[in-house]
Design a binder for this molecule. Structure first.
Ligand code: 5GP
Ligand code: MG
Ligand code: MG
Length: 190
């Protein structure tokens, strides 16, 4: 067992059931269309890999990599794009896929940026939602789990690049990240 981990918050079997439900809803809502899923690297990769296999309509994917900009412990909400989309999204039905929404600043910035590129539609699917720390309202069309304000890892989410491969979502022991939690986040790509 990893000594940095406190307890399982969302077991892999619950994630599996939620992914199946989300995939079903998405397939129903986009019936007759084709979907472009945009994953935000690196945290969304495991979720996206499972989710697209639960979707029964034609799907293509693209990815973006972003890092929050600035070093202060409260993020400015300006996001630096480390890797942009490979293709134009103009006229396409786009589903943004994120691992977790905390303050909402990252997602808000991404939505504003992508809207300017004139997709036919733009919706959001997020595995984990921490509403307690929200600083800006963001629409979540396909939410997974609402979780308390604790730092979590696993199923794509990392601490210092580790733990992404865990099949369950775990709470990291608070003493591991201490007060550096928010600083840590914004110095690292998502
Ligand atoms: P926001 O801009 O919504 O504050 O932050 C979103 C990003 O912060 C996420 O994509 C993720 O990279 C990081 N983040 C927020 N909360 C957590 C958490 O509990 N665990 C991990 N591993 N990353 C988090
Ligand atoms: Mg991270
Ligand atoms: Mg993310």
């Amino acid at each position: 067992m990893h000594s940095d981990l406190d307890r399982i918050l969302v077991p892999g079997r619950d994630i599996e059931a939620k992914v199946a439900e989300l995939g079903w809803k998405i397939s129903r809502d986009y019936a007759g269309k084709q979907l472009l899923t945009v994953g935000i690297l690196k945290g969304s990769t495991i979720f996206m890999a499972d989710l697209v296999r639960a979707i029964s309509i034609p799907v293509s994917f693209d990815f973006m990599a972003v890092a929050s900009y600035g070093l202060s412990s409260s993020s400015s909400g300006v996001v630096r794009i480390l890797k942009d989309l490979d293709e134009s999204i103009e006229g396409q039905d786009v589903l943004l896929i994120e691992d977790i929404v905390d303050t909402g600043l990252t997602l808000n910035y991404l939505l504003e940026t992508l809207r300017t590129r004139n997709p036919a539609s733009l919706r959001v699917c997020v595995l984990l939602d921490k509403p307690n720390r929200r600083r800006v309202e963001v629409p979540i069309d396909y939410p997974g789990f609402v979780i308390p304000d604790e730092f979590v890892v696993g199923y794509g989410l990392d601490y210092g690049g580790r733990y992404r491969n865990l099949p369950d979502v775990w709470v990291l022991k608070p003493e591991v990240y201490g007060k550096k939690n928010s600083e840590f986040r914004i110095q690292n790509s998502e």
